[in-house]
Each structure stands twice: as structure tokens, then as C-alpha cells.
Design a protein around this ligand. Structure first.
Ligand SMILES: [Cu+2]
Length: 157
């Protein structure tokens, strides 16, 4: 079972590598290539509209800014197009370094705190540089995606 997983992971990272080579930097890795591209102007914006425009997702990192190589949390808020709270959504959260074709070495956990607020625990960015946070909002039969760009600086310490 473990061997199978490792082989699959190796195959996936190989295919991600070739896709990345073809599309150049800032292309999403294979797993997240169907997430929206963040445009250059609001790449680091902490508020993004989902691909089909029914939801707005807003995040705040804890601590802020996101530390290098340390666990951090995200507080996420999901609203509808009118700015009203979206309840009972399911959220999937992940992150990659698209230009390096790798993700995080951890699996974050999403907790619904109610009233459209979610806490994501166990995020960890192990390298400085450009990361993308991917959020899938699963609500009322719709599955919509948002992408956030985050540039993580070298730790000053
Ligand atoms: Cu990297």
C-alpha cells in the first residue's frame, strides 16, 4: 500500500514537472491546474472571487505575515456575491509552489466555526518564494474555486 502510494506520488510529480516545464513559472501544478489563475495586479490580494463568481473568499493568516517553516493557521470567510455570509459550505484548502511543482509537506485541517467562518490548521510553507493557496467552496450543489498568491520572504531572524 505504502509502495503504491509512493509510486503514484512519483508519477504525479513527474507529470507535474513536464506540465510546469511547458507552461513556465506560475503555472499551477497538475493537481491544481484547474484552479483560477491569479492576475498579476491582485496576486497577493487576501480577498478573491471564485471562478464562477458566486462566492467571495477572504483569508487572514495567523500569525501575520505567514512565517517561514512554522505552522500557521488561516481564518477564512466565505460570502455570497451580495456580501452575505455563506453557511454550511464545505471547504477544501491546499497550497503549492507552482514554479517549483511541489505542494506542502503537511495536510491542513479545515474546521467550520459557523457563520461562514472557517479555521484552517496545520499549514506550513517550508520554502521562501511564491506560493498559491487553493480554496474549493462546496456549497448548495456548486463547487467553485479561488486562488490566492502569497510571496513568502526569507525569515529576517
Ligand atoms: Cu519550493
Amino acid at each position: 500500500m505504502l509502495n503504491k502510494k509512493i509510486t503514484l506520488a512519483a508519477l504525479l510529480s513527474l507529470s507535474a514537472l513536464s506540465v510546469g516545464t511547458l507552461l513556465g513559472p506560475f503555472s499551477a501544478s497538475a493537481q491544481h491546474q484547474n484552479y483560477p489563475k491569479v492576475n498579476e495586479a491582485d496576486r497577493e490580494n487576501r480577498s478573491q472571487i471564485t471562478d464562477n463568481k458566486h462566492y467571495r473568499v477572504i483569508y487572514t493568516p495567523l500569525p501575520d505575515p505567514i512565517p517561514l517553516n512554522q505552522h500557521f493557521r488561516l481564518k477564512l470567510t466565505v460570502q455570497n456575491a451580495e456580501g452575505k455570509v455563506v453557511e454550511n459550505a464545505k471547504l477544501y484548502v491546499d497550497a503549492d509552489m507552482p514554479s517549483h511543482n511541489h505542494g506542502m509537506n503537511v495536510k491542513p485541517k479545515v474546521k467550520d466555526l459557523g457563520k461562514g467562518i472557517f479555521e484552517v490548521r496545520g499549514m506550513l510553507f517550508h520554502m521562501p518564494g511564491y506560493w498559491e493557496i487553493y480554496v474549493l467552496v462546496d456549497h448548495a450543489g456548486k463547487k467553485e474555486k479561488a486562488t490566492f498568491g502569497v510571496t513568502l520572504k526569507m525569515s529576517p531572524r
